[in-house]
Design a protein around this ligand. Structure first.
Ligand code: DP6
Length: 353
């Protein structure tokens, strides 16, 4: 066959294009992280920029729910390209993610922009905080993509700068955020692995809409409540009891302290200026149902984050019974069920050739 010089150039160009394409695929890093439910809540910062919390907190990762984030660097991009659940990110979300990528870029010394796609396997707007799993997955995938090799505390510190509770989605299972005094010593550690205790979270969804006041705005208001300083001062007591209840697998002890901690945080919210009222009538209905379920001898307790939905916790054998009871409440639209989950992790099977 007769081959012309332009033909050879065209073929070389096509091969080069393919190499570039596969290199981009190869450089794509994917990570998965779970959201977490706080037993002892984080509410209020001592320092806002780095999210150094006013108090320590304890949580459990939720294995059935996850955020999956893929990221690849592309020297040809004029700006970061961000998709969330298959759609181009809204400006508010995009800005928060871009600011976080800037932190990683500064840390790595690489200024290249990134193509990022993130999705949740739980219904969007279901009222489950996706910022914890979102920034945990992004911290892991992003740091790897920019060539950083961070150990668990360093990753947890990085995730914290995206969203405070995200630092607790880095380690496995039952997790404590050591508040620290500054950026260097404020990170989360695992207290126990997910298989330590077959505790299950049933999230009774009573409002699938987006909350009007974000947690970030709420943290700023915490200090305006006269109750916040008393809540913060009492934290060591609650943390000690919570830690002991988890280590001893003592559901009754955990129930008392988690419900008290939840009500203390919501008391602070309700007495802030302006007041924050996240509850709906249906929230109280589920709380009362849980108290009733317990009076029938079924071990269960509730906790509520910055929203109206109620997390009901119990051990695995009581899940079917409690699920039926929660679904019977007219204002409960659905129930998401999740045992304790593992750490944030990289997914390598995404590299396809
Ligand atoms: C009520 O971690 O969502 O869920 O750092 O501003 O993103 P930002 O706040 P966020 O706050 C969580 C508040 C909470 C309690 C908790 O998870 O500890």
């Amino acid at each position: 066959m007769y081959v012309t010089l332009p033909g050879i150039y065209a073929q070389a160009e096509a091969i080069d294009f393919k190499i570039q394409y596969y290199r981009k695929l190869m450089d794509s890093v994917t990570a998965i992280a779970h959201p977490n439910i706080a037993f002892i809540k984080y509410w209020g910062n001592r320092e806002d920029e780095f999210r150094i919390p006013s108090n320590g907190s304890i949580s459990m990762n939720l294995s059935s729910l996850e955020t999956r984030t893929s990221i690849s660097l592309d020297a040809g991009l004029p700006a970061d390209q961000i998709t969330i659940n298959g759609e181009i990110a809204k400006e508010r979300d995009a800005e928060r993610i871009r600011n976080f990528l800037e932190i990683i870029r500064r840390q790595s010394g690489i200024s290249t922009y990134a193509r990022l796609s993130t999705s949740n396997n739980f219904p969007t707007g279901s009222g489950i905080a996706s910022s914890a799993s979102g920034f945990a997955a992004l911290a892991l995938a992003g740091s790897k993509a920019y060539g950083l090799s961070l150990n668990e505390p360093a990753l947890s510190r990085l995730a914290r700068k995206g969203s405070g509770s995200a630092c607790r989605s880095i380690p496995a299972g039952f997790v404590e955020w050591l508040p620290g005094k500054d950026d260097t010593d404020s990170f989360a550690v695992s207290l126990a692995s997910p298989d330590h205790w077959q505790l299950v979270d049933l999230v009774a969804i009573v409002n699938a809409g987006q909350k009007k006041i974000s947690s970030t705005e709420g943290h700023h208001l915490a200090s305006t409540s006269p109750l916040q300083s008393a809540r913060v001062m009492d934290t060591d007591r609650r943390l000690t009891i919570c830690r002991e209840a988890i280590m001893e697998r003592d559901l009754n002890l955990l129930a008392v302290i988690v419900e008290q901690d939840c009500l203390m945080m919501h008391a602070v919210m309700m007495t802030s200026s302006p007041a924050l009222m996240y509850w709906l009538p249906a929230t109280l209905e589920v709380i009362q149902a849980v108290v009733h379920i317990r009076s029938e001898g079924i071990p269960a307790f509730y906790t509520i984050d910055a929203g109206a939905n109620v997390h009901v916790l119990t051990t695995i054998e009581f899940v079917p019974d409690i699920e039926v009871k929660l679904r019977a409440i007219a204002s409960v639209s659905t129930v998401l069920i999740s045992p304790a989950g593992g750490p944030a992790r990289l997914v390598t099977s995404d590299l396809k050739f």
